[in-house]
Design a protein around this ligand. Structure first.
Ligand SMILES: [Fe+2]
Length: 247
């Protein structure tokens, strides 16, 4: 992994919905997909599509059951990964188009797609609604859900119960929050791209402060929807800087 501090600096300068810095593309067939492992689970990662979306597979080591987070793009690659790793279900962190490009194909292949009620209208189709403050069971694993509005109305984070891992989608990146309408306008002097309808800065800051930083230990590893991992302890001291800069 590249140096996280340097990465966070770069991300703080020029990212919004997705980080715009150089991300080394990861070809699933060129290097292993295993990204993290502990006693109860494995996490696999591939990076797909024109916006370098992270797609994660969380797999219970005891049962072999697995879930895929964000059917973003490159459906053939994702379907291979699903077949190899025992995926049964797909969870969507939010409904932006770069995170849902493979939803039709994974549904057609028989995988249920879950999305929050707040973002369900952004998908061409889905199977079930994801609730906040609940748990998605994956074998013996439990993914604890928290709806964190701001980037979109129905953005959701998943914390793996018993492991220091939090999937934040586009709500929290190294170096700050994801894209918001007014945050983008403040920074860029123009509205965000039409294909990224999004929420507001005060809401995403409240979500990050009260629902992410306040509820997760500093050592918690944050795995975002684009770019590298970070930790709660690395990001939380910078909250006021983000508020002061306005994006
Ligand atoms: Fe997004």
């Amino acid at each position: 992994m590249s140096d996280l501090a340097a990465h966070a600096d770069r991300a703080g300068i020029d990212h919004y919905c997705w980080p715009q810095h150089d991300i080394e593309r990861q070809a699933a067939d060129a290097r292993p997909t295993l990204h993290y492992r502990d006693a109860q689970m494995e996490i696999h990662r591939v990076v797909v599509g024109p916006f370098d979306n992270n797609v994660f597979v969380v797999r219970c080591r005891a049962s072999g059951d697995a879930v895929l987070i964000d059917a973003a793009n490159e459906h053939e690659l994702l379907l291979d990964l699903c077949a190899q790793l025992g995926v049964r279900t797909v969870l969507e962190t939010h409904g932006h188009h770069d995170h849902i490009g493979a939803v039709p194909q994974v549904r057609e292949a028989g995988y249920d797609v879950l999305v929050t009620a707040g973002d369900a209208h952004m998908l061409p189709s889905y199977d079930q609604i994801l609730e906040g403050d609940s748990a998605v069971e994956v074998g013996r694993l439990r993914l604890l859900t928290t709806i964190t509005p701001g980037h979109t109305a129905g953005s959701i984070c998943f914390k793996v119960d018993g492991s220091p891992v939090l999937f934040t989608g586009d709500t929290l990146f190294p170096g700050g929050p994801g894209l918001t309408r007014d945050g983008f306008e403040f920074r860029e002097g123009k509205p965000p791209p039409a294909e990224f309808p999004c929420g507001d800065f005060a809401t995403i800051i409240r979500s990050i402060d009260e629902l992410i930083f306040a509820r997760n230990a500093p050592e918690t590893i944050v795995m975002p929807g684009h770019g590298d991992d970070t930790t709660i302890g690395r990001e939380s001291p910078h909250l006021q800087e983000w508020i002061d800069r306005g994006w």
